[in-house]
Write a protein that binds this ligand. Structure first.
Ligand code: SF4
Ligand code: SF4
Length: 341
């Protein structure tokens, strides 16, 4: 069965692919670790505890690894992997395959596959950030309330991306070693945007050393500038959680309406610039995917009432950073929210 979720549950969010199109060079380089490579060794929950598997084939960030790197055109081969994982490891589980609605080839193939496999449902969703967030997906696909920071497994939901599904299949079904993963490298601080296949345990330094533009002052983000983390210690080693690395040249001024200045990824690289007063535009409220009112937190904070912010469902914030992203006054709402939390 094919299901379309047309903003019935999803709210807010932004299509970053429209805003920032990142052209990747399609040559895949293999990078080996200087140390003995680490092995993929994801601790899987026991059979009975998993009631639902959500396979997310809907990356919502343009700097994230796209599906085609893992799936190619072989959707059915990939779905067979899900089937074998389900059969051998989680026989009781139902499976929801969530695919970006522009991936028509995968959607058609999955639709056909689901006809003969009643344990599987297919959902086509718009690839709007952050609709692939575990909290948002659990609510939209299964109507389950998961709190931010809560492991979805506590509700029997196992959420897996395409690369992790392939790795589980290889290691747990075929009993073969997995010691490397694909990573997307992009950003204005790099000579080019590319995909690499890197051994687990390789340092970030080894990956970016010869790829950065000379003389550029850069900031480096693991897993993206919105929900990832900026790192300064480049000896950090690649583990299975690293999907992408974004290197951005530092900008010294704040940019008005960064979402319509689409030539560069400059929205989080501002180190200087005046924060202006809130202009009550409600952009932040409109875009929040979990129905919060970020401006309210800001006004509580500004009045010195951080505690009061907690009265307004602050704990439901999934820290996606969209409110900061759209704020024309460049108020750092996410930082304020984290402080209030
Ligand atoms: S960071 Fe929190 S408050 Fe801001 S848009 Fe995301 S969920 Fe809403
Ligand atoms: S987006 Fe910024 S300026 Fe607009 S209401 Fe929210 S905090 Fe105020």
């Amino acid at each position: 069965m094919i299901k379309k979720k047309q903003n019935r549950v999803f709210k807010g969010g932004v299509n970053l692919f429209d805003t920032y199109s990142i052209p990747f060079c399609n040559i895949f380089e293999e990078i080996s670790s200087d140390l003995p490579p680490e092995l993929f060794n994801l601790a899987l929950p026991d059979k009975q505890s998993v009631k639902h598997i959500i396979a997310t084939l809907c990356p919502t960030e343009p700097w994230a690894l796209p599906n085609w790197v893992i799936l190619g055109h072989k959707t059915t081969v990939f779905l067979d992997k899900i089937k074998e994982i389900k059969t051998s490891l989680f026989p009781e589980a139902k499976c929801s395959v969530v695919i970006s609605n522009n991936e028509t080839e995968h959607i058609s193939a999955a639709k056909e596959y689901a006809v003969a496999n009643e344990w599987m449902e297919v959902f086509a969703i718009e690839a709007k950030y952050p609709h692939d967030d575990p909290v948002v997906l659990s609510k939209a696909i299964l109507n389950r309330e998961v709190n931010f920071g809560q492991d979805t497994l506590s509700q029997g939901i196992l959420i897996l991306d395409a690369q992790t599904i392939s790795a589980i299949h290889k290691s747990r079904v075929l009993n073969d070693n997995v010691d490397s993963r694909f990573i997307a490298l992009s950003g204005t601080g790099l000579k080019e945007n590319e995909f690499i296949n890197v051994q687990l345990g390789t340092s970030v330094e080894k990956i970016i050393k010869n790829r950065m533009k000379e003389s550029a002052r850069c900031r480096v983000f693991v897993n993206g500038p919105l929900r990832g983390k900026e790192i300064n210690d480049f000896t950090q080693r690649i583990d299975w959680t690293v999907n992408n690395i974004v290197v951005l040249e530092v900008q010294d001024t704040k940019v008005m309406f960064p979402m319509i200045n689409t030539d560069r990824l400059h929205f989080t690289t501002n180190l200087l610039g005046d924060v202006r007063a809130c202009v009550y535009c409600n952009f932040c409220d409109d875009i929040c995917p979990v129905n919060l009112e970020p401006a309210l937190y800001y006004h509580c904070y500004k009045r010195g009432e951080k505690q009061r912010a907690r009265l307004y469902n602050l704990e439901k914030c999934i820290e996606c950073g969209l409110c900061s992203f759209v704020c024309p006054s460049k108020i750092e709402l996410l930082r304020i929210i984290k402080e209030c939390k």
